[in-house]
Design a protein around this ligand. Sequence first.
Ligand code: SAH
Ligand code: SF4
Length: 345
Amino acid sequence: MDDRIDLAGMTLEETQSFFKGLGQQNYRAAQILRWIHQGLSVSFEPMTNLSKDLRKELTTSARIGRLSTLQTVESEDGVKKFLFGLNDGAKIESVYIPSEDHDTLCVSTQVGCAMDCKICRTGQMGLIRNLTTGEIVGQLLEARRQIPGSVITNVVLMGMGEPLANFDNTVRAIRILSNPNGPQISWRRITVSTSGLAPKIFELGQSVRVKLAVSLNAVTDEIRSMIMPVNRKYPLNELISAMKRFPLPKRDRITIEYVLIRGLNDSDSDAKMLVKILNPIRAKVNLIPFNDELSTEFRSPTPKRVAAFQDILMSKSLMAIIRKSRGRDILAACGQLASENRRDF
Ligand code: SAH
Ligand code: SF4
C-alpha cells in the first residue's frame, strides 16, 4: 500500500500546509498545482523551478495519483467513454462530450451507487466505494492526457454515483477544479447533479460555489418513490424546500433533470403538475428521453410525446430543453454507466 500523500487530490490550502510542514514557502503550493493540473506532470523530476533536493524529498513523501486508462470507446457522434482503473482494482467510467464551443467531461464520484434508482444501470451495481478527491479530479487529468488538443471547459458530476453521498470529496474536488492554479474550470461550468439528498443540497451551496442539477423524474411521491427510493426519505415537498434554500446567484437557475418514461410520467397532466411544483423555485428543465436499451421494465417515450411535454412547459414560461442522448451506441448516455465490479472483490 502506497501511503504517500496524493498531491493530485489536494486543494491549494491543503498543499500549502503540506509544504509548510516541509519548511517550504507558501508559493510552492501554487507551483505544484500548476505542474500537476496545467502541465499534467506525472512525476516531480521535470519540475525544474523546484530545487533538486525538494524534488527528491517530494518523491519520498508524496505522489501524483493517476488512473490507468483500461479502455476507450468512441461513439459515432464523437462522444468518448473511458474505463479507468483505480489502485485497488476498482473501475469507473467517465464520458467526454465534445461540442462546437465547449467540451464537457462527465465524471464519476463513486464506484457504483447506493441510491438504487430503478431506471439506472449504475444503481444496479450497488455501492462499492466512494472515490477519493484525487480520483475525482484525476478523471479530468487523465482525459486531458488522452485527448491532446481537447479543450475541456465544463465538468459535470453526473457519472457513476451520488456526489452528495460522497460530500467531502465532492466539495474538495470542486475547489481544486475551479482553482486558478488548478485545472481552471470556472465554477459556472461545474455542475453537481443529485438524486435529491435534501439536507446536503443547502450544505453544498454553503460550502462551495457550483451549479446545481436535481434529478426529479416524477411529480408525485408515489411514482418518484417507486423509481427513486431516496424519495421515501426525502419526499418531494422536502426536496423542493431544499432547492428553495440553495443560495442561487442572481439570474441563475437550478437545472431540473426529468427522465421521460413512456406511460409513467410523460402525460400532459404530468407536465402541468411539473410547472406547478417548480413554481416556488427558479428552474429550467432538461427533458431526457429514457434510454431503454437495458431495461425490461420501462420504455422510451415517443418523440411526439416528448415534444408535447416540452410545449406545455414552454407555454407556461418554464424553460425546457430536450437533451439529446449522445453516446447511446457505446452505453455512454445518461443512466448507462457501469463497470463489471463485484461487491466482494
Ligand atoms: N447520481 C446523480 C448523478 C448521476 S446523473 C443523479 O442521479 O442525479 C445520472 C442522470 O441520468 C440522472 O439525472 C438520472 O435521472 C438519469 N438517468 C438514469 N437512468 C437513466 C436512463 N435509463 N435513461 C435516461 N436517463 C437516466
Ligand atoms: Fe445513483 Fe444517480 Fe443512478 Fe440514481 S440515477 S442510481 S442516484 S447514479
